[in-house]
Design a protein around this ligand. Structure first.
Ligand SMILES: Cc1cc2nc3c(=O)[nH]c(=O)nc-3n(C[C@H](O)[C@H](O)[C@H](O)COP(=O)(O)OP(=O)(O)OC[C@H]3O[C@@H](n4cnc5c(N)ncnc54)[C@H](O)[C@@H]3O)c2cc1C
Length: 355
């Protein structure tokens, strides 16, 4: 196998998994919101996970899987057991003409994974560089950026059923991926803990660079025939200049999904607002730019106490320091009401709201 294999996902000690009480979560979510897990376990191996799930079943506790906490709004304390999934793994399982199959532990940091693959000459993930969070959470909302989504690369997802402890493998089709959506965000939410994903990558560079902002950045750099490394560098630059760093200003990336509307609604909106940016979506529908709608309602840079809208990106709600999840949700409600009143469009919140 040409791909380096290290990180076997095994536990190095025989100590039972540690389950603690009243664990603070502020440092474990990128919004920096205060909340406390009544029960908490960090699972670094399948054995840890089995023990923690046995404990949850024995105590009749609901389970909340947690990765990097970069897609969460903690508006209250989660009930039950918070399972911080830190299972490692980076294993090449096939290397042939169809590409390289890579099995990645759920606890691997996504951006480090992208960098590592690029360093090994394994291509496909470059557009998704700098997306925060873990590999195990990537299928949950089918992460996407600059023209590529996780579903384009995911072959299967390995998960443990919370109710039984049984391992189940989901094919790409069974994951029912959609725009920022999957079966794990819907009917199977919290019913499975993802332990690994298998990705199909390529040794042959096949660059996707037509996404508007990315194409513009590459053109500005004078790059007519970009390599995957060029794409990664351009995306890094775009993200660093557009998005606040959660280490500095608490946030969860895009707070609202871009609304998808039927063609009739889109035509009506375009007639009333000729400069409204629209994009083709699945099923003949039209995707609207949520940031544009929010900006037009005057919220860019708005502040309500410690909760705010980022001054250079209307889609990103921020914690200026000391905001609670309720503060963030109150601002979100104000924005949603304004967009509905002015445009008749309902904005859906992208991160998961707890409490
Ligand atoms: C600055 C910034 C930029 C971002 N940019 C993008 C972007 O470009 N595109 C994009 O799609 N997203 C983006 N996001 C959102 C976020 O990075 C992704 O959704 C990411 O996949 C979340 O990973 P996580 O490990 O932090 O998940 P968490 O926030 O910890 O969890 C999110 C959800 O997944 C569930 N979950 C987590 N791990 C597991 C597991 N192992 N098994 C089962 N369920 C699990 C949780 O229960 C929760 O429901 C951005 C966020 C930030 C802060």
């Amino acid at each position: 196998m040409a791909v380096n294999i290290d990180g076997d996902g095994c536990r190095c000690s025989n100590a039972p998994v540690e389950i603690t009480r009243d664990h603070p979560l502020r440092a474990l979510n990128t919004f920096g919101l205060p909340a406390v897990a009544p029960w908490f376990a960090r699972v670094s191996s399948p054995t840890d996970l089995r023990e923690a799930l046995d404990f949850a079943r024995g105590h009749d506790l609901p389970v909340l899987p947690l990765g990097g906490g970069s897609n969460l709004v903690l508006a209250g304390d989660p009930p039950g057991l918070v399972l911080h999934v830190a299972i490692p793994g980076f294993d090449g399982i096939e290397d042939g003409p169809q590409g390289v199959l890579l099995r990645v532990g759920a606890g691997e940091e996504w951006n480090a994974l992208v960098d590592r693959c690029l360093g090994l000459g394994l291509y496909g993930l470059e557009n998704l560089v700098l997306v925060p969070g873990t590999a195990g959470a990537a299928p949950i909302q089918n992460i996407g950026a600059y023209g590529v989504e996780a579903r384009d690369l995911l072959v299967e997802v390995e998960a443990v059923e919370v109710a039984t402890g049984r391992v189940r493998t989901f094919s790409n089709d069974e994951c029912a991926f959609g725009y920022r959506d999957s079966v794990f965000k819907g009917v199977l939410q919290d019913r499975f803990v993802i332990v690994a994903t298998t990705l199909r990558l390529s040794r042959e560079p096949s660059v996707k660079a037509s996404y508007g902002a990315l194409a513009g950045e590459l053109a500005a750099r004078g790059i007519a025939h970009p390599t995957p490394l060029d794409v990664a560098e351009a995306v890094r630059h775009l993200r660093r200049t557009r998005l606040p760093d959660p280490a500095v200003t608490g946030n969860a990336g895009s707070f609202f999904q871009n609304p998808v509307v039927d063609d009739r609604t889109a035509a009506g909106l375009r007639a009333a607002h000729p400069d409204l940016p629209t994009f083709a979506a699945d099923g003949g529908c039209t995707k609207l730019a949520a940031a544009w709608l929010i900006e037009r309602c005057g919220f860019k840079g708005a502040r309500r106490g410690a909760a705010g809208v980022h001054p250079s990106h209307a889609l990103v709600l921020v914690n200026h320091g000391g905001a609670t999840g309720r503060d963030i949700l109150a601002l979100a409600a104000e924005i949603r009401a304004a967009v509905l009143a002015r445009f008749g469009v309902v904005l859906a919140i992208e991160p998961r709201v707890i409490g």
